[in-house]
Structure formats: C-alpha cells, structure tokens
Design a protein around this ligand. Structure first.
Ligand code: FAD
Length: 421
C-alpha cells in the first residue's frame, strides 16, 4: 500500500504505474459496501494527506482540504474556524474524497449531496498529470468530476463551500407509517432534515426531524447518550440481530421489539454531532434514489415483498430525501430524490430481499448508491442518467488507458479499454 504525503508523490505513483500498464486505486475510509475501491494493481491511501490548506472564497467560507481528511477530523477543523458542512450523512468515518466520489448524502429536500458543496478540486489523471478546476477554471471538469466513482482520477485536494457553524434541534418521535406516507411531501419538506426508519411489518416508524436553530446546545447527558447511542442502538440492537439471525422464525417478533424499543427524545447540539452517530452493528446495505413522489408507492410494495420473503430483514428501512443537482453521475442528477435504504444484519441472508427491492426500484428508474450493494450494470444504468455520455467523455479524456478502472467500474460504467496481460 502506498501512503503518499503530497500530490507530486501521488502523481509519480500513477505515472510509473501507467507507464507499466498497471492499474491504480485509492481508498478512503473503506466504508463502501461494494468492491468499488478494490484493485489488482497499486493501492493508495491518502490518510497522510489530511490537512486543511486554506480558507477563503467570496464570503470566507470556502475551505480547501487535502482529500484524505476523514469527516470526523474535517468537522472538528471546520468548527474550530466557526464553519460547518451544510449537510452530512449518518456517519463521519469516510474520507471527504470517498464521500464526494460516491455522491454520499444526508437528508433534506432542500439540500444536495456532499459533492454539491465542492467548488474546487485538484486531480491526478490517468497519465500522472495534475489538473486543477474551480468555478472559473475549467468549470465543465468541476461539474463532472465531483462524482467520479474514483474512475476519473485521484482527487488530492477539494475546496468545500461551507456555512457558518450552526446548531440543530433534533426531535425524534414514533409515528404511524400510514400518516407519514399519506402526507409524504409535506412531511419531508416541513423540516430542514427529515428521515424515518420503518421495520417492515410494523405499524409505526421512528421519525427524526432536525431543524436549524439559534438556540444554544443542550446535548444529552453523557449517561443518556451512552444509554441511547451505545447501549440501545448498538449493544442491545446487535444482540437482538444475532438472535434473529440464529432463530429466523423469531424475526418478526424481534422486528416488533426493535420498533417498540425506539424512544422519543429531543436535544440541541452542534450540527455534525446531530447528523452522525456511532454505528457498531455490522450490516449490508442497498440504497436507491427514486423520484420523490414515488416513495409512498415503493414503500407499500416493499412491505408486500417482505411479507413473502423466506428470511425477513432484521434492520429497518431508512427513508430520506435530497435536492436534485447538475452532476452527471450524481444519483440525484436532475431530480428531487427520495431515498430508500434496505439493510440486513451481517451474515443473515439478504440476496432475495435486495434483489426483490431492486426489481421494484427498476420500475421507478431507480439509481443505486454507488457505494452500496446493487446488481446493476452499465447497460441497465446508462438510460437512467441523462448525462451519462458527458461523464464517459470526461473519463475517456482523463483516463484513456483505464488506469483507474477495476472490476466494479467495468461493471457499472463499462470498460475504458481492455488492458492486455
Ligand atoms: C455504516 C455506514 C453508514 C453510511 N452512511 C451513509 C449515509 O448516511 N449516506 C450515504 O450516502 N452513504 C453512506 N454510507 C456509504 C459511504 O458514505 C460511501 O460508501 C462512501 O463512499 C465511503 O467513503 P470512504 O471514504 O470510505 O470511501 P471508500 O469506500 O474507501 O471508497 C469509495 C470510492 O471513492 C474512491 N476514492 C476514495 N478516495 C479517493 C480520492 N482521493 N480520489 C478519488 N477517488 C477516491 C475510491 O476509489 C472508491 O471508488 C455509509 C456506509 C457505512 C458503512
């Protein structure tokens, strides 16, 4: 594994590999569920390239960082400068480049995914050249390269348009699924960030609503945090999942137990501390972006599917929303998206569940999360992305020899060219 400490070192590794006809892949936090970050060639980690380089831009909110920085470090660095990311996903373990490159998202109908806040990038391309792009300098490259699946080059620096740091008021409630679906559009737009978790078969869901507030932080006490986040959401949940995996017939009762164990609570804290939580129970996941209005129908169909499965899911379904954007391979390209994520406890059967859900998602021109499990290929995906060819043109220009290709990109993007043995 290469651990470069500078862009020129990254470029040298890529140049040498490309000249030898070998492939290169960079890993971030290795938090993808797919083989997207695997390679049969040279593996790089940018863990040693994790510094904040500059703060500037028109309002002083643009922060340039080395691309290997993990979100947990980035959030602290931003907070120490009075800044924050406008939206984040459920965890903070990813590198910024890994999160951007797979269009990682949080929830919020008025918020794009993490890649949408990128306003500048430095990229090492397939022959080891270094190129830079921002809103004034080659904006076409900036638009396309933000969600690159690691297939366009190695991102070495990114500039993020941040916002002044803010607190979120988090309100967690238990509500009937039928009410949420009947009023889906209003529910998802009424609060800055809304998501809900539904255990198929259950009548009620856990709903999380996070709203920007000017109020001071009033976090949970440490014992309450340990009780809710570590004991209930991780230790107890993990134990329940292990029992369900061992005794599948008990799984429906376990599903009810999980739903009834969810509690209501309210707190205020720094935004990144509300967005992300520890996730210690291991699982596999598939997540689809579909047109926002299709979500209630799709959820009802998943409910019917689950009732017919030989082995039921032990994890709830997560429902979120994101604004549309103009990034060619962003899963939210051109459309306000509803997200439906299905999970299964590690080691429990998931294939027929995920395949069944994917069949449903196909009916809505669903786009799978690039970092999560799915069974699609370039053939099935191309027509779901109106700007597919724009991405492929950029790929041919930046990596004409397929230095950054791997089995995953061959499957979901098609080969750039076949490398002879
Ligand atoms: C517990 C858990 C919770 C999650 N929660 C969410 C969530 O809330 N929302 C969501 O959308 N996703 C979520 N994900 C998915 C996750 O955000 C993505 O899979 C993300 O890509 C992982 O980032 P990473 O740094 O681990 O990248 P990796 O998995 O290591 O790599 C992902 C891709 O990025 C590429 N890459 C990494 N660094 C660079 C670089 N410097 N230049 C170019 N390409 C690079 C890799 O080559 C690979 O193609 C979750 C995953 C887990 C395991």
């Amino acid at each position: 594994m290469h651990l470069p400490t500078s862009t020129t070192a990254v470029a040298a590794i890529v140049r040498t590999a490309a000249e030898a006809g070998e492939r290169v892949k960079v890993i971030g936090g290795t938090h993808s569920f797919t083989d997207i970050a695997m390679t049969d060639g040279h593996l790089l980690s940018l863990d040693a390239m994790n510094r904040v380089l500059a703060v500037g831009g028109p309002d002083g909110f643009d922060v340039t960082v080395q691309a290997g920085i993990r979100l947990y470090d980035l959030n602290e660095e931003l907070a120490s400068r009075g800044l924050a990311m406008p939206n984040l996903g459920d965890i903070n373990m990813q590198s910024i480049a890994g999160a951007i490159g797979t269009a990682t998202h949080g929830t919020g109908a008025g918020h794009g995914n993490i890649a949408t806040v990128v306003v500048g990038m430095e990229i090492v391309t397939g022959d080891g050249s270094i190129c830079r792009t921002d809103e004034d300098n080659d904006p076409e490259l900036l638009t396309v390269a933000r969600v690159g699946l690691g297939a366009l080059g190695i991102v070495t620096e990114v500039t993020l348009r941040c916002v002044p740091m803010f607190n979120l008021q988090a309100v967690e409630t238990i509500e009937p699924l039928a009410d949420l679906l009947a009023d889906f559009e209003r529910v998802m737009h009424a609060t800055d960030h809304v998501e809900f978790y539904w255990m198929p078969g259950a009548r009620r869901c856990q709903v999380k609503r996070n709203t920007l507030t000017g109020m001071p932080a009033a976090p949970q006490s440490k014992p309450a945090y340990i009780r809710d986040k570590w004991i209930a959401e991780n230790l107890a949940f993990g134990t329940v999942c292990r029992v369900g995996r061992r005794y599948p017939k008990a799984a429906p009762r376990i599903a009810k137990l999980i739903t009834s164990a969810a509690s209501e609570r309210e707190l205020i804290d720094r935004s990144d501390r509300i967005f992300s939580s520890p996730r210690r129970v291991r699982f596999v996941e598939m997540e689809y972006g579909i047109p926002f209005d299709a979500v209630p129908d799709a959820i009802a169909r998943i409910g019917a599917l689950v009732a017919s499965l030989p082995f039921p899911p032990l994890f709830p379904i997560e429902v979120r929303a994101s604004a549309g954007d103009n990034i060619p391979l962003s899963t939210a390209n051109g459309r306000l998206s509803g997200w439906i994520a299905v999970h299964q406890y590690i080691g429990a059967p998931y294939e027929s569940y995920f395949q069944g859900v994917e069949n449903i998602m196909n009916d809505y021109s669903g786009r799978p999360h690039w970092g999560k499990l799915h069974f699609q290929s370039a053939n099935t995906l191309a027509s779901r992305y109106p700007e597919w060819d724009r991405f492929q043109n950029a790929r041919r220009q930046l990596d004409s020899n397929g230095t950054f290709a791997n089995a995953y990109t061959d499957r979901v993007l098609g080969p750039v060219r076949v490398i002879s043995a």
